[in-house]
Design a binder for this molecule. Structure first.
Ligand SMILES: Nc1nc2c(c(=O)[nH]1)N[C@H]1C(S)=C(S)[C@@H](COP(=O)(O)O)O[C@H]1N2
Ligand SMILES: [Mo]
Length: 202
């Protein structure tokens, strides 16, 4: 019998089932960017979509904002171990962005998503088409702040947050997987927070 251990366990709070393994709860909204925040203006904003057959489509801000949006409340998980619960966003579902660009994703296996400043990140196309990926323009009811990727970023909350490219500028559909910025530096090709897929081989 170990009274000390039993007492310790008795005082411990039950773990929050919304927080994946190895993560802690963050109340603020940290900014994680490789370089300085770019000044991306809606007047000149474009999103270039490229299909596996070389088909191309470009959306302007007017094109994007004419599309149907969804309001979603999601939890965010950053590989630097913070999780932020219950964040509310507004965005256009990615399938509708691809359709508006006139690019058919059915032959694609992967996507490389590009952000201003040379950022890129790869993920399976299925994760963009499955109903859990948006081109987000609003956070907590306001236009998305520049430091968090405004005017528009990818939002893929079921994967670690580095997959959610800020200042999204392109979506390239691929047959073969191609690593993005962090993935080339050893981060996981998929990045499921619930399986702690932080680094290659996790
Ligand atoms: N274009 C671009 N997108 C990016 C990044 C970046 O440096 N540039 N950082 C990524 C990383 S590592 C994380 S954790 C999240 C951080 O988003 P936040 O700054 O809104 O918290 O954005 C991701 N998207
Ligand atoms: Mo990150």
């Amino acid at each position: 019998m170990n009274v000390v251990t039993r007492g310790f366990h008795g005082r411990r709070r039950p773990p929050d089932p919304r927080i994946p393994p190895g993560q802690y709860l963050e109340d603020g909204f940290p900014v994680l960017s490789i370089g300085a925040t770019p000044n991306v203006r809606t007047e000149t904003w474009t999103l270039d979509v490229v299909g596996v057959d070389g088909s191309r489509g470009r959306l302007t801000w007017a094109d994007l904002t004419a599309l149907r949006t969804e309001k979603v409340t999601v939890d965010l998980h950053c590989v630097t171990q913070w999780s932020k619960l219950g964040t509310t966003w507004r965005g256009v579902p990615v399938p509708e962005v691809l359709a508006a660009a006139g690019v058919d994703p059915s032959d694609a296996g992967y996507a490389l998503v590009l952000g201003h400043g040379g950022y890129s990140t790869n993920l399976p196309v299925a994760d963009l088409l499955g109903g859990d990926a948006w081109v987000a323009t609003h956070y907590e009811g306001r236009p998305l702040a520049p430091e968090h990727g405004g005017p528009a970023r990818l939002l893929v909350p079921h994967l670690y947050l580095w997959k959610s490219a800020k200042w999204v500028s392109g979506i390239e559909l691929l047959r073969e997987d191609r690593p993005g910025f962090w993935e080339q530096l050893g981060y996981h090709e998929y990045g499921d927070p619930w399986r702690e897929q932080r680094y290659v081989g996790d």
